[in-house]
Ligand binder design. Structure first.
Ligand code: AMP
Ligand code: GLY
Length: 424
């Protein structure tokens, strides 16, 4: 069985590595992949949103399953594209169709979905330039900080959290009238600020049954102490100590079950991952957002803890037999630290030669933005590598990760030295 993974980051390297352990897999393909996936799979240099090129790759290489890493192909309808094509419709796509992908592709849709199905989330209203004045009035009813969210995909930048009412009003106007985030902010969700500590829970579903994957905490800011600009994620820890079984039971009862049931009631046949961003406020969960894919770097902490065969689970998703599949997770802690290019998340350089990553026996080094140039592995993105270790405690896993990082070198390499320390 040949499988194609779409994407190029640490998440996709983690998928490839985990799938490569399955005996049922003959050949893995990753499009476009990176220098890490090149070692265990065949990289195909196409853009995952070029569906014609994906089709050609699938047919040429006898691919029998497609695993979608990032959200863009899902929101653009890659799963629908497969179902509508006679040559492709029998090939399972791991990832929802366009209707399900709206949970991430439209904040307004996802808020309506949660409200309709009684899933705990912040109170909200949506506005466009036609009812901007009502938006100002709604902001006046809220207490700061004010949370403004571009409805559409904005590359993780579309959420503003502001302390000042007049600033919130002018930003709202910038978003809806002056397209601050392009078409994505033609509609803006304004919602109540949620208190608490953030974490993510991941679900894999075949539309009927589901498996709750390990929880994780992401570190989003570039600077230590969670300061500075937002990034795609600088590190992750799994499991999350403050998400105890009682809390996770509440998440299952109040969020996961109503989400799966809500999708069914709304006629959305959802097959893939649901990434639930949660706030834990004194033991009570509230949904901050849904994503329709796995997180990056959360995947690099979550997948190494899964003991079950990932291919078997994906087969269950495709055939809707997920309930028959066994699922087990190691109680060990996984810690992931991202190595990034100097300057990231602002401007940075690529093409820096990376050394030492082959000598990290106590860790798994996932490639993110890397490629091969003149037989050398060089940086090819802002987030360059993710270093994951497993341990009996956070301390033990972190010690391994940071010891491995000492061995890895590239010019202007940067990383956070405080990942996980808030949880010890
Ligand atoms: P989102 O893209 O919706 O996940 O928002 C990005 C980040 O903004 C989240 O990860 C939270 O840290 C923060 N955030 C979003 N919505 C809220 C809210 N209602 N209350 C507090 N923080 C929020
Ligand atoms: N690390 C956050 C995300 O993947 O959206």
């Amino acid at each position: 069985m040949n499988i194609l993974i779409l994407g190029a980051g640490g998440r996709e390297h983690a998928f490839a590595l985990k799938l490569s352990e399955s005996k049922k897999i003959k050949q893995l393909f990753v499009a476009p992949g990176n220098a890490g996936t090149d070692e265990i799979a065949i990289n195909v240099n196409i853009n995952p949103t070029d569906f014609g090129a994906v089709k050609e790759t699938v047919l040429k290489n006898d691919i029998k399953m497609v695993v979608v890493g990032p959200e863009a192909p899902l929101v653009n309808g890659i799963h629908d594209f497969f179902l509508a094509d006679n040559d492709l419709k029998a090939i399972p796509v791991i990832g929802p169709k366009k209707d399900g992908a709206l949970l991430e592709g439209s904040k307004d849709f996802s808020k309506q979905f949660m409200q309709k199905h009684g899933i705990p989330t912040a109170r909200y209203q949506s506005f466009t330039k036609e009812n901007l004045k009502d938006g100002f009035t709604f902001l006046e009813t809220l207490t700061p900080p004010y949370v403004l969210k571009a409805d559409g995909l904005a590359g993780g930048k579309g959420v503003l959290i502001l302390n000042d009412l007049s600033e919130a009003k002018s930003e709202l106007e910038e978003m809806v009238s002056n397209q601050k985030f392009g078409a994505a902010s033609a509609t803006v969700v304004i919602e109540e600020f949620l208190k608490g500590i953030e974490l993510s829970v991941f679900v894999l579903t075949d539309g009927n049954s589901y498996k709750i994957l390990p929880s994780a905490k992401d570190y989003k800011r570039i600077g230590e102490g969670d300061l500075g600009l937002n990034t795609g994620g600088m590190g992750a820890i799994s499991p999350v100590p403050f998400a105890d079984q009682a809390f996770l039971d509440k998440v299952e009862a109040l969020v996961v079950k109503p989400t799966i049931a809500g999708l069914q009631k709304d006629g959305i046949d959802y097959r893939g991952f649901i990434f639930i961003g949660l706030m834990n406020d004194a033991g009570n969960p509230s949904v901050v957002e849904y994503n329709v894919r796995m997180g990056d770097p959360e995947t690099e902490a979550v997948l190494p803890r899964i003991e079950s065969d990932l291919y078997e689970l994906f087969e269950g998703v495709g055939k809707q037999t997920l309930h028959e599949k066994s699922f087990s997770v190691t109680p060990k802690t996984a810690t992931t630290v991202m190595l990034v290019a100097g300057g990231y998340p602002e401007s940075y350089q690529k093409g820096k030669v990376i050394t030492g990553f082959e000598n990290c026996e106590d860790s798994i080094v996932f490639h993110a933005g890397t490629k091969i140039e003149n037989d050398k592995v060089v940086s090819n993105g802002g987030r360059v590598m993710a270093v994951t270790s497993l341990g009996d405690s956070i301390e033990e896993a972190l010690a391994k990760t940071y010891a491995s990082i000492e061995k890895i070198k590239f010019e202007e390499m940067n990383y956070r030295k405080d990942i996980g320390f808030d949880l010890i």
